[in-house]
Design a binder for this molecule. Structure first.
Ligand SMILES: [Zn+2]
Length: 212
């Protein structure tokens, strides 16, 4: 069985969206300092690292993260690797990309994943993401979970339309996956966001298991 861990490692060095709180992992009890045990405190935005967006992120009356369906978060998934000259995942790009019919879960590998492979710590604004018409295309084809390999499904300067279209349609956005080592093909996705009450998103451990 080959398992691909597509989750980012949470640490203070991970880039976060400009203005968002940084990831803080602080040792509050340390055996090196005489404590009987080690204990770490975690502080971060729920949109740091590998995470899912719940509809409540962009729709004020939308459902919150603990209500997302595990049946959507796990199951057969197709990983696409887009050529590195693709700047935006538009309807036009999707039309010319060979995608299996009826896929409910699709993860898009792009040139973004190279930044994770290289350990780039500065936030990049020129990441590849899904355009408004690309989001519409995915919704019309019945996609229920879409994953991208940088920190937003939407382009940096146009966050609202792509998020609204996907979240309004009940599509789960999985953001910040590292697909640098994952070949195109079919996998079982296991994406388990933390069960946070009333939250607009949650960090997730996400893995892919290769289908035979
Ligand atoms: Zn998010």
């Amino acid at each position: 069985m080959s398992i691909y861990d597509i989750s980012l490692t949470l640490s203070a060095r991970l880039p976060v969206w400009p203005g968002d709180p940084p990831v803080v992992l602080e040792q509050v009890e340390a055996m090196d300092k005489g404590a009987e045990y080690n204990m770490t405190r975690l502080a971060m935005s729920v949109h740091a690292g590998t995470h899912v967006d719940a509809p409540h992120h962009f729709l004020n009356d939308g459902r919150t993260v603990e209500a997302l369906s595990l049946e959507v978060l796990t199951g057969l998934c197709y990983v696409v690797q887009l050529p590195h000259d693709v700047d935006e995942i538009t309807a036009e790009v999707l039309r010319r990309t060979p995608l299996p019919e009826g896929m409910e879960r699709i993860l898009f590998g792009t040139r973004n994943s190279r930044w994770w492979a290289q350990g780039v710590e500065e936030f990049q604004t020129d990441f590849v993401a899904i355009s408004e018409d690309g989001a519409q295309w995915l919704v019309e084809r019945g996609v229920k979970l879409v994953g991208v390999d940088y920190l937003s499904v939407a382009p940096y300067h146009a966050s609202v339309p792509t998020h609204r279209i996907l979240l309004q349609a009940g599509v789960i956005a999985l953001e910040g996956v590292n697909l640098s080592q994952v070949p195109r093909g079919f996998y079982d996705l296991y994406c388990l966001p933390l069960k946070l009450a009333g939250s607009d998103g949650a960090p997730a451990r996400a893995i892919l298991v290769r289908r035979p």
